[in-house]
Ligand binder design. Structure first.
Ligand code: F6P
Length: 341
């Protein structure tokens, strides 16, 4: 078979482990893997390369993606879906593995419904894809944020300061909640629950009254105050209609300082969270996903996405996976709340 592979949307650690697993398994069966460069853009422009064992040698510990990525949406280009279908044919692809988040897999699902043989692999540090317990990339991001919170603790304590840490999480506060619990955050703010400034400040004041001289507040970039809109860096939207988020941490920091009188500093972690080497968990998850995606193609099961349920790798429909976003489990957030203040 000739199987295409592409990575779309924001990169994340673990993408290369998926690509490597697909190529390694396919080589056992003499199938050809065609790497499509820069996501859907590569299929629109026929930008590709053949991936052999040498191309994937040594990539397991590397972050990013050897194929490159983009947020190109064929449905936003004139005649885009037809061009993709024509090029699919011209490249003599029997099937395609699309590795991406909600946007990339949404396109994959539409193209599948238009007749292309596609299987999806769930990727995003945000962990907000439905139908899977975890996307790869998330665990690495959580560990990076946890380490940053640990580092901020020592400087916060030395200076008697409040530290606000802004983390990624556009629609869902998974990174904030997990890293906040792991790092011992004193308050966690997520997109799922509007910010109640009085509650945050009262909680910090109570903490300081019982003798603590510093506090760490973790906030997801997509969190917002009651009745207020999102904080954005610029209004321009990408091809999937997303604005560039950022700024809520600074807004919150100013208000906390004003309302509590405690000196406050803000750290925006940004793309640090998406960089560097994947954790063992993400390497293993990516490897299992890659092997399963290849197997689904060999079994002719298209329109599916590989997913983790418990400790099993299973198949789910792309339709189910892209129907709605997975927001933070509020039972978990209740556990986080025990440690607020
Ligand atoms: O979707 C993953 C994500 O990391 C979001 O949390 C964040 O808002 C976005 O990507 C940032 O994207 P970009 O790479 O375009 O700045």
């Amino acid at each position: 078979m000739r199987i295409g592979v592409l990575t779309g949307g924001g990169d994340c650690p673990g993408l290369n482990s998926v690509i490597r697993a697909i190529v390694r398994k396919a080589s056992n069966f003499n199938d050809t893997i065609i790497g499509i460069r820069y996501g859907w853009k590569g299929l629109l422009e026929k930008d590709y390369l053949t991936l052999d064992l040498n191309s994937v040698s040594g990539i397991l510990p590397k972050g990013g993606t050897i194929l490159g990525t983009s947020r190109t949406n064929p449905y936003k280009k004139e005649n885009g879906p037809q061009i993709v279908k024509d090029n699919f044919k011209e490249l003599a692809l029997d099937a395609l593995i699309a590795i991406g988040g909600e946007d990339t897999l949404g396109v994959a699902n539409n193209l599948y419904k238009e007749g292309l043989n596609i299987v999806g692999v769930p990727k995003t540090i945000d962990n907000d894809l439905s139908a899977t317990d975890f996307t790869f990339g998330f665990d690495t991001a959580v560990n990076i944020v946890m380490e940053c919170i640990d580092r901020l603790h020592t400087t916060a304590e030395s200076h008697n300061r409040i530290m606000v840490v802004e983390v990624m999480g556009r629609h869902a506060g998974w990174i904030a909640t997990y890293a906040g619990i792991a790092g011992g955050a004193d308050y966690i703010l997520i997109p799922e629950i509007p910010i109640d400034l009085d509650e945050v400040c009262t909680s910090i004041k109570n903490r300081h009254e019982r003798g603590k001289n510093f506090s760490i507040i973790v906030i997801a970039e997509g969190a917002r105050f009651k009745d207020e809109s999102l904080y954005v860096q610029e209004k321009k939207v990408d091809e999937f209609g997303h604005v560039r988020l950022g700024g809520i941490g600074h807004a919150l920091g100013k208000l906390i300082e004003k309302n509590t009188g405690f000196e406050t500093r803000v750290t925006v972690l940004g793309h640090i969270q998406r960089g560097g080497s994947p954790t063992a968990f993400d390497r293993i998850l990516g490897t299992r996903y890659g092997v399963k995606a290849y197997d689904l193609i060999k079994e002719g099961k298209f329109g599916k996405m590989v997913a983790l349920r418990g400790n099993q790798i299973v198949e789910v429909s792309l339709e189910e996976a892209t129907a709605k976003l997975k927001t933070v489990d509020l039972e978990l957030y209740e556990i986080a709340k025990i440690f607020f203040g």
